[in-house]
Design a protein. Structure first.
Length: 250
């Protein structure tokens, strides 16, 4: 079992840092990809963050473990391994590690996740973080989330094994601003289930906003053309604009 420093040492070589023009320090948003890995749309959001004056850190949980896209699709997307609560350790370690980067303003941070990545974020905030060994980190109880002002959650997975599925209040959430993107044609969760999961954050004092879109899961990922997963260019551009506006308001 890793501790926070060891986990960050594993993640850092596979992470991508993008900064806006200037000397910094900059506010930072940490991006967590879906179960398909880091795709072009994740980097498009990172570029959008830079346009808003924010640095962005893309954390590749799969490359850090030597997993390729095919393996992830077979093992992670199906829920066989690496569910949200376990990946939540990556989120905590990344927040704690990134706050020490010289170009980062640790008092103004945010997290952003897509599908599996949003699941990991929500599962982290759902944990007490009072005991050693939580989220598979030996010193999780020493992890700090102060300075994280917002969470952008794009079509989060809120189904079976999600810690927020039942709507139980998170142990923390006061002062956290959330923008959740909820597709009305999400085959993985109904709008009602999304709202119930978000109630976990609201009950803890978070300020949650919802953008309901007539789209499928992963609608902002170019190349998807199926019935269950279909790219929508217009809504994708709007999603990035809303992401930028969300960061500017934090």
């Amino acid at each position: 079992m890793d501790d926070l420093v060891e986990r960050w040492r594993r993640l850092a070589p596979a992470a991508e840092l993008l900064t806006p023009a200037g000397r910094g320090p900059f506010p930072l948003v940490i991006l967590f990809h879906g179960c398909g890995g880091v795709r072009d749309h994740i980097r498009a959001y990172a570029r959008a963050a830079a346009e808003s004056g924010w640095a962005s850190l893309i954390v590749d949980s799969f490359e850090a473990r030597g997993w390729n896209r095919r393996f992830a699709q077979v093992a992670v997307c199906t829920g066989l391994i690496f569910r949200g609560r376990r990946r939540a350790g990556d989120v905590l370690a990344a927040v704690c590690g990134a706050r020490r980067l010289p170009l980062v303003d640790p008092s103004r941070m945010a997290v952003a996740g897509w599908s599996h990545g949003a699941w990991a974020i929500m599962d982290l905030w759902a944990q007490p973080l009072t005991r050693r060994g939580e989220v598979r980190l030996s010193d999780a109880d020493t992890g700090r989330l102060d300075g994280v002002r917002g969470a952008f959650l794009a079509y989060p997975y809120v189904g079976v094994a999600s810690a927020s599925r039942g709507g139980r209040p998170w142990p923390r959430g006061e002062g956290l601003k959330i923008l959740s993107v909820v597709p009305r044609r999400d085959h993985m969760a109904s709008v009602r289930r999304h709202l119930r999961a978000l109630a976990s954050a609201i009950s803890a004092g978070a300020e949650a906003s919802i953008w309901s879109v007539d789209a499928t899961h992963a609608f902002d990922e170019p190349g998807l053309k199926g019935r269950l997963l279909a790219y929508d260019e217009t809504l994708s551009l709007e999603a990035r604009d809303r992401f930028k506006a969300f960061l500017k308001d934090l």
